[in-house]
Design a protein around this ligand. Structure first.
Ligand code: NDP
Length: 252
C-alpha cells in the first residue's frame, strides 16, 4: 500500500529502535524520509532507500532550535514538502524522586517534551502553507498511569499528551492532524536494560499474549510503526487530538 507516495516525513530519533522502524514503515508506504538523530544513521539510510524512496540523514539535537530549523529547510529543499513529523526522540534518566537530580529532570524534559515543541513549531508553518500535515507524538503508557522511578519521564510523556491536544485544536482548521501513540512494553535498546522483576511486572499486567513470539507479552517496534503509519496516512484523516495506546491492553 503506497498511500504516502510524494509525501516527506521527518522522524526524530530515527536512527535506531522504534524511530528506525517508523522510518522503514513510512518508506514502505512510499514516503521520502529524513532521519534526524544525535547519532549516526548508519545502515538506516540504505535500508530506507531499499524501499524505493529518497532518504536524507541529519545529525540533529531536537532541543536546539537552530539544528531543527536547518533540518526542516533541508527536508523542504530536498523533497519539496514536509507532510509528516514524528516526534520520537526520547531518553530516560530513571531515579526515585528523592534521589533524582535536577540534571536528570531537566535532560528528560528537554529532549522528550521541549524537543517535540521545538520540532512542531518548526514544521507547522510549512504544513499550514500546504494546508495539510500529520504530526504524531510518541508518548508512553507511563504518561497515562505513571511509574515509580520515572517521575521525569512520566511527566514528559504526560506533557506530550497535553501538547498533542492543544496543538490539534490550534491547527485543525488548516487540515493538520496531531495525534499521539502510547507504547507500553516494547523490545528495544531502551528496554533491554530492564531487570527480570520489571519484565515480570509487565508480563503480569499485560492481558494480551501472542503465542509463539520470542517474548509473548512484549510489543515490537514494528507494532508501534504500523500504528504511526496509520495516523500519518489518509485513513486517519478525521482523527485528531487522540492518544492510541499500543500496549497489549496494559493501560486499560
Ligand atoms: P532508543 O533509545 O532506542 O532510540 C531513541 C533515539 O533518539 C536514539 O537514537 C537517541 O540517541 C535519539 N535521541 C536522544 N536524544 C536525542 C536528541 N536530543 N535529539 C535527537 N535524537 C535524540 O529508544 P526507543 O526506540 O526505545 O524509543 C523511541 C521513543 O519511544 C522514545 O520517545 C521513547 O520514550 C518511546 N517509548 C519507548 C518504549 C519502549 O518500550 N521502548 C515504550 C514507550 C515509549 P541516543 O542513543 O544518543 O540517546
Amino acid at each position: 500500500m503506497k498511500d504516502l507516495t510524494g509525501r516527506a516525513a521527518l522522524v526524530t530519533g530515527g536512527a535506531r529502535g522504534i524511530g528506525k522502524a517508523i522510518c522503514l514503515e513510512l518508506a514502505g508506504r512510499g514516503a521520502d524520509i529524513c532521519v534526524a538523530d544525535v547519532i549516526e544513521a548508519g545502515d538506516a539510510v540504505a535500508e530506507i532507500e531499499a524501499k524505493g524512496v529518497r532518504c536524507i540523514a541529519r545529525r540533529c539535537d531536537v532541543t536546539k532550535l537552530d539544528d531543527v530549523a536547518a533540518v526542516v529547510k533541508d527536508v523542504v529543499d530536498a523533497f519539496g514538502n514536509l507532510s509528516i513529523l514524528v516526534n520520537n526522540a526520547g531518553i530516560t534518566r530513571d531515579n526515585l524522586l528523592m534521589r533524582m537530580s535536577e540534571d536528570e529532570w531537566d535532560a528528560v524534559l528537554a529532549v522528550n517534551l521541549k524537543g517535540a515543541f521545538v520540532c512542531t513549531k518548526a514544521v507547522v508553518r510549512q504544513m499550514m502553507r500546504q494546508k495539510a500535515g500529520r504530526i504524531v507524538n510518541i508518548s508512553s503508557v507511563v504518561g497515562i498511569f505513571g511509574n515509580p522511578g520515572q517521575a521525569n519521564y512520566a511527566a514528559s510523556k504526560a506533557g506530550l499528551i497535553g501538547l498533542t491536544k492543544a496543538v490539534a485544536k490550534e491547527v485543525g482548521s488548516r487540515g493538520i492532524t496531531v495525534n499521539a501513540v502510547a507504547p507500553g512494553y516494547i523490545l528495544t535498546e531502551m528496554t533491554e536494560t530492564l531487570d527480570e522483576a520489571a519484565r515480570e511486572a509487565f508480563a503480569r499486567n499485560i492481558p494480551l499474549s501472542r503465542p509463539g513470539a520470542d517474548d509473548e507479552k512484549a510489543g515490537t517496534a514494528e507494532d508501534v510503526a504500523k500504528c504511526v503509519a496509520f495516523l500519518a496516512g489518509d485513513d486517519a484523516s478525521y482523527v485528531t487530538g487522540q492518544v492510541l495506546p499500543i500496549d497489549g491492553g496494559l493501560a486499560m
